[in-house]
Design a protein around this ligand. Structure first.
Ligand code: FAD
Length: 302
């Protein structure tokens, strides 16, 4: 069996595997797609000590670093279920079962899409999901935020300080964000809130040039010209496959303690699939290191 088996090959998983392997213990990674969300990222400017890089380039460095440690990397393999017996048993999509003394879950998350024409076509060409990451790319420009929940309104407040103008589109008749956030939003001179708005299409040619929506009250179709669209309708953790044993929040995020431990002894978790407060590359790498050290502590005590 493995000592540490990491499920997920994003920054959290890569970091966890390297930290584990550096203890001289048998370590493996199972990943549906090595690199995770970073593979879909264009410019990265907030990975501290690297002024500017691109997703695939950072993934290549991650892979090179992982390969330096003799870690078993099983790429393009999906985990299907997890059972805790004497050992933790991980069943894969191809029917194989891997056994390990400890498992680190780092299956990440995905942004919920609005699913309108233009969203996929203009991804990274004006359609963005992460204001911390991509906000500065829209300095002085006009952007939309789709979604009036807490993350949408936080994004709008954040962006209003950088961009020229922000339009918030909310599907329902009222914003769902906390009152303090709404007050702050309403105090900003360069923000417009459109309620009852059903996004119909993100328009553009080679990049985004606007958004078409239906005013649900009047059923009128309207168009707003802008250069960027931030989709903020939720981040979905990739944890459905886990069954009910691993404790999760209402949102499906795995609950971890300060050692990265879950409710199941020997099962740890890190990165965007957990209930960590913020979802970023540097944060997921930190939590991957924490989970690996937590797993190592568990191994020497059991
Ligand atoms: P992920 O990167 O999501 O990796 C999850 C891994 O698990 C993948 O290998 C996946 O294939 C695998 N997996 C999932 N389910 C299974 C399964 N059942 N079995 C096996 N493997 C599985 N952050 C920044 O700090 N700076 C940025 O500039 C930035 N820009 C971003 C731009 C975009 C477009 C996106 C989408 C995100 C961006 N982020 C950015 C956020 C950052 O990418 C994430 O916070 C980070 O990748 C999370 O790492 P992770 O390892 O927890 O999860």
């Amino acid at each position: 069996p493995y000592d540490v088996l990491v499920v997920g090959g994003g920054p959290a998983g890569a970091s966890a595997a390297i930290y584990a392997a550096r203890k001289g213990i048998r370590t493996g990674i199972v990943a549906e797609r090595f690199g995770g969300q970073v593979m879909d990222t264009m410019g990265i400017e907030n990975f501290i000590s690297v002024k500017k890089t691109e997703g695939p380039k950072l993934v290549a460095s991650l892979e090179e670093h992982v390969k330096d440690y003799g870690i078993d990397v099983m790429n393009l393999v999906r985990a299907r279920s997890l059972k805790k017996k004497d050992l933790v048993e991980l069943e894969l999509d191809n029917g194989a079962v891997l056994k390990s003394k400890t498992v680190i879950l780092s299956t990440g998350a995905r942004w919920r899409n609005v699913g309108v024409p233009g969203e996929a076509e203009f991804k990274n060409k004006g359609v963005a999901y992460c204001p911390h990451c991509d906000g500065p790319l829209f300095e002085g420009k006009r952007v939309a935020v789709i979604g009036g929940g807490n993350s949408g309104v936080e994004a709008a407040i954040d962006l209003a300080g950088i961009v020229n103008h922000v339009t918030v589109f909310e599907y329902m008749p009222e914003l769902k964000a906390d009152a303090v956030l709404q007050e702050r939003l309403n105090s900003l001179p360069n923000v417009t809130v459109v309620k009852n708005a059903q996004t119909k299409e993100i328009t553009g040619t080679d990049k985004v040039n606007g958004i078409t929506y239906i005013d649900r009250e009047t059923e009128e179709e309207k168009h707003v010209e802008l250069e960027g669209v931030f989709v903020q309708i939720g981040l979905v953790p990739n944890t459905d496959w886990l069954g009910d044993d691993v404790e999760r929040t209402r949102m499906g995020e795995i609950v971890v303690d300060k050692h990265g431990a879950t409710n199941i002894p020997g099962v740890f978790a890190a990165g965007d699939c957990t209930d960590s407060a913020y979802k970023q590359i540097i944060i997921s790498m930190g939590s991957g290191a924490t989970a690996a050290l937590g797993a190592f502590d568990y191994l020497i005590r059991n």
